[in-house]
Design a protein around this ligand. Sequence first.
Ligand code: RB5
Length: 170
Amino acid sequence: MKIALGADHAGFADKDRIARALRADGHEILDYGTHDDTPVDYPQYGYAVGEAVASGQAERGIVVCGSSLGIAMAANKVPGVRCAPVAEPYSAELARRHNDANVLALSERLTGWEMVERLVRVFLETPFDGGRHAHRVEQLFEFGDAQRERTLRAIETKAVTGAQTPKELL
Ligand code: RB5
């Protein structure tokens, strides 16, 4: 698989280890840096990985920063990106099965290396379940003017309508 990687100064060591491990497993890696602990701004690296995935140059992306949070927020600004900041395996699995996450965000400061390896494996190996989840994932990219109108009306009336899924399918 072609995988884009990016990290700031607080995540580059894990990012480099991930790159080595994935190359050893036969994956093709697009490494957008950073490459040392000189302080840099995490949004730039989140955007680069996000664009690589959204444009189809990479099938998946993995981003690392100190907490996983800032770089995930940045990646999620890129239309087409579904980036999940994850610290334990069940969330990694659900991010794939239910949300079709295409970028994984990891924390070098809070998550140990063995867990990082496991999260990466789950993220790369778990399929999207599709089915009832597909139209919800599609809605993630419908936040244009029409959706904004609907949402503004919903918050005025304090009632969200249009959720059509029967309870037993939740
Ligand atoms: C850098 O100190 C840190 O703020 C950054 O890596 C990240 O955790 C931001 O969300």
